[in-house]
Design a protein around this ligand. Structure first.
Ligand SMILES: Cc1cc2nc3c(=O)[nH]c(=O)nc-3n(C[C@H](O)[C@H](O)[C@H](O)COP(=O)(O)OP(=O)(O)OC[C@H]3O[C@@H](n4cnc5c(N)ncnc54)[C@H](O)[C@@H]3O)c2cc1C
Ligand SMILES: *[C@@H]1O[C@H](CO)[C@@H](O)[C@H](O)[C@H]1NC(C)=O
Ligand SMILES: *[C@@H]1O[C@H](CO)[C@@H](O)[C@H](O)[C@H]1NC(C)=O
Ligand SMILES: *[C@@H]1O[C@H](CO)[C@@H](O)[C@H](O)[C@H]1NC(C)=O
Ligand SMILES: *[C@@H]1O[C@H](CO)[C@@H](O)[C@H](O)[C@H]1NC(C)=O
Ligand SMILES: *[C@@H]1O[C@H](CO)[C@@H](O)[C@H](O)[C@H]1NC(C)=O
Ligand SMILES: *[C@@H]1O[C@H](CO)[C@@H](O)[C@H](O)[C@H]1NC(C)=O
Ligand SMILES: *[C@@H]1O[C@H](CO)[C@@H](O)[C@H](O)[C@H]1NC(C)=O
Ligand SMILES: *[C@@H]1O[C@H](CO)[C@@H](O)[C@H](O)[C@H]1NC(C)=O
Length: 638
């Protein structure tokens, strides 16, 4: 039995958590009085009585809400409802034609800073089957050639938790597919769906530095973050408050949507602090029943465990988080670039580029990978691109290895001492390459400061992913090591693809408390490199489904060599192929079972669906033509 004081403090705790909110936008919540005015917004109740319809309701279906119900919904959410018209519709002859908007779309379509400001488009248009391509210059095709039905039907421009709750309840009560867009960066199409109600969380930006924060075993600096915060917001705030926090590598990636919920690595500090999901001390979440809850190691523990690394958009909608913050941190960076032919060929860093023969080039590559365990033990993260400009057999082709190692917390002298053996071995192998002077930065934002966010280009491409465990690198004379290097070489040499790896090791030791007890995939925890390979073949409207299938099969045949070299490992769910084979094991490993149980408990309705995520294999999308896309009606398999 509880004593009176225990009961009282528990009651106080419960009361406090019931109003737990990091920001003002979280104190505007959906009330029973709102539901009384619009019954469509009723909260979800358990147990569920009825059996489910086979498919989600699609525009045009008899079950689709009437215009009046949409209008009432719009009123309930203060007019934040937006019709799902893709910006490229402005370039077609019809009701949406708008020369100025079309010009803006042409200029903006490849820029993340533009694409993130649209409520409904994903970055990769293949994810919806390229339904409304920007037409070529000086042509104005009829609007019938822009398939608006393939996009989300409506978007909610959420600026309060109340609107998030209302959207979830409306979608659940009408059996409408719900999708969530933050920035739109997702590579798999987890953020979009035809005929969906799209919850756009991009406006949920807020930041508060907390100099001293205590929860469980953590006591130290922290920050409260609205879920829409992007990399450049984090960099600005690091500079402003003289702190370090983990952040994504590219400027406009959302830090707490897909990035954090799938793990989230930093190319700069993951070797010191682990993943973004390891930084999280508490979460505010709207669940599938429409309730707004707090989750941390002591409250809604399962939800807290699942959201941190168990996959985005599938367990609830995060509105804000509290994350760890650290003292400012100096960083040394060493350039490692070398190439085969004249310096100007690949626009490299001229200071570090050297010229070597093809055979020498491939002697240098294993030397780099053999150094990863030592560099990672010192807190470092490496990254590299390996490419060639022509296929095997072309005697005048060029190769390039462009790479860097980031060493947070090391002085330039310490960094130089650490990397010296790499250069010594390169020279011994015949690569006449002098050790460069490391670049030194006083703080993380100084290393990569982007006040407004310079943005990235938006890609319609696809790629492959593989996590390589540390055991592949520890013995450079082993068959395992050699097989891994041979798989890289074949990818570039025979495949002609650009190889990329970010070489981080987000161990449980780095994760600390409470990060080590989270749904981060065991494959990601054991990784010591993440291989990705870019496919420059077209997945756009000019490529037929059969051509896309063939391109993908070719890419996959080379990814299979990575898989063969890393039996028992997996892929990184956030930067993976949506058609990754055996994705349950590959993305989640042994965590799948527990995640599945949590999913069925917190979302028995199937309100949330995200392709390749937990329980998604119980659904299919109508009208896909070979490769997995999201434009059609979403249906249950059984
Ligand atoms: C240029 C570029 C650079 C990248 N760099 C890195 C990197 O350095 N490290 C790394 O780990 N990954 C990196 N990624 C991959 C990145 O982690 C994923 O693309 C991630 O999905 C982006 O999340 P987002 O919220 O910005 O995007 P979105 O596409 O908006 O969302 C991604 C997923 O999260 C869900 N989601 C969004 N917001 C919420 C929310 N509030 N609640 C619940 N679910 C939500 C969406 O439904 C979707 O499933 C990069 C990607 C790109 C395009
Ligand atoms: C479930 O069914 C019972 C009996 O038919 C009914 O009284 C109850 O309101 C239903 N609950 C829900 C959530 O629909
Ligand atoms: C929702 O209401 C606002 C404000 O009245 C209006 O501007 C907007 O067009 C409406 N949205 C839809 C989809 O009708
Ligand atoms: C979304 O809402 C914000 C805040 O009300 C507003 O500034 C912005 O223009 C809206 N965006 C769109 C695309 O309607
Ligand atoms: C930033 O913080 C560090 C250590 O926490 C301190 O030494 C330094 O003086 C601070 N710099 C500024 C500009 O406040
Ligand atoms: C490399 O050096 C050459 C010769 O000095 C110069 O013309 C070129 O612009 C440089 N390239 C880059 C990418 O800096
Ligand atoms: C060989 O590669 C070079 C680039 O290094 C390219 O310019 C040339 O066209 C290629 N030749 C053939 C026959 O493909
Ligand atoms: C791996 O390659 C190295 C270097 O070529 C070689 O010395 C070693 O014998 C190879 N190991 C095995 C097991 O084949
Ligand atoms: C438009 O998209 C919808 C949904 O994906 C699909 O059912 C329909 O066949 C498409 N229409 C055309 C003309 O392609």
């Amino acid at each position: 039995m509880f004593s009176i004081t225990q009961t009282l403090s528990l009651a106080l705790l419960a009361a406090r958590s019931a109003i737990a909110a990091n920001f003002p936008f979280e104190s505007i919540v959906l009330k029973d009085s709102d539901v009384a005015q619009n019954k469509d917004l009723a909260f979800g109740k358990l147990p569920i009585n009825s059996t489910f319809a086979k498919c989600k309701s699609f525009p045009g279906d008899a079950s689709w809400p009437s215009k009046d119900r949409w209008a009432a919904f719009n009123t309930s959410i203060s007019g934040a409802l937006i019709k799902g018209i893709p910006p490229a519709a402005s370039c077609y002859d019809g009701p949406y034609y708008d020369a100025k908007e079309c010009a803006d779309t042409r200029a903006g379509q490849t820029k993340s800073l533009w694409a993130q400001e649209d409520p409904i488009i994903p970055y990769g248009q293949w994810q919806l089957g390229n339904p409304c391509p920007v037409p070529s210059f000086n042509t104005t095709p009829p609007i019938a050639l822009c398939n608006i039905t393939s996009f989300p039907a409506y978007a909610v421009n959420a600026t309060s938790v109340k609107q998030v709750q209302a959207a979830i309840n409306f979608a659940r009560n009408y059996n409408i597919r719900l999708t969530i867009k933050n920035t739109g960066h997702d590579f798999l199409g987890r953020n979009t769906g035809g005929g969906a109600l799209q919850l756009w969380v991009h406006e949920l930006k807020a930041y508060e530095y907390v100099p001293s924060f205590k929860v469980g075993k953590y006591s130290g600096k922290a920050a409260r973050v609205g879920v829409a915060i992007q990399q450049y917001d984090l960099h600005n705030n690091m500079a402003k408050y003289n702190i370090t926090t983990l952040a994504p590598g590219s400027t406009t990636v959302g830090a707490f949507g897909g990035f954090m919920q799938g793990g989230g690595f930093s190319t700069i500090v993951t070797g010191k602090y682990g993943l973004m999901s390891d930084q999280v001390l508490g979460l505010e979440v709207v669940t599938a029943d429409g309730n707004f809850v707090h989750a941390d190691p002591y409250e809604n523990e399962d939800l807290f465990w699942a959201i941190r690394g168990g996959g985005p958009g599938n367990f609830g909608i995060v509105t804000s988080a509290v994350i760890k913050a650290y003292d400012p941190l100096y960083i040394s960076v060493v350039d490692l670039t070398f190439q085969t032919k004249p310096v100007d060929a690949f626009t490299p860093n001229n200071l570090t580029a050297i010229q070597v023969s093809d055979e020498l080039f491939w002697k240098g590559i294993p030397i780099y990978f053999s150094k990863l365990p030592k560099w990672q033990d010192a807190g470092g993260v490496g990254w590299n691109y390996i490419n060639t400009d022509a296929p095997r057999g072309n005697v005048s082709r060029k190769y390039q290895f462009q790479g860097q190692v980031n060493l947070p917390g090391l002085t330039a002298a310490e960094a130089k001492a650490l990397v010296e053996p790499f250069f010594t071995e390169l020279r011994a192998a015949g690569l006449d390459y002098s050790t460069p002077t490391p670049k030194f930065f006083n703080t993380y934002p100084e290393q990569n400061y982007r006040p407004q966010g310079i943005g990235e280009s938006v890609s319609n491409g696809r790629f492959a992913s593989r996590l390589v465990p540390r055991e592949n690198w520890v013995d450079p004379t082993s068959a395992k090591f050699n097989k891994t290097i041979a798989a890289i070489r074949s990818f570039v040499d025979d495949g002609g693809y650009t190889f990329h790896s970010v070489d981080y090791a987000p161990t449980e030791a780095l994760a600390g408390w409470p990060g080590k007890d989270s749904a981060v995939s065991p494959h990601l925890r054991a990784a010591s490199a993440h291989f990705t390979g870019f496919d420059t073949a077209s997945y756009g409207p000019d490529a037929s489904p059969a051509q896309q299938i063939a391109s993908h099969a070719r890419l996959n045949s080379f990814a299979n060599k990575w898989r063969d070299a890393t039996p028992g490992s997996g892929a990184y769910m956030n930067e993976a192929d949506v058609d990754e084979p055996n994705n349950k094991e590959s993305f989640f490993g042994d965590n799948y079972g527990r995640l599945y149980d949590i999913k069925k408990t917190v979302d028995p309705w199937g309100v949330f669906y995200a392709v390749t995520m937990v329980s998604s294999d119980e659904w299919y999308v109508e009208g896909t033509q070979g490769l997995t896309t999201q434009q059609g009606r979403l249906c249950r398999k059984a």
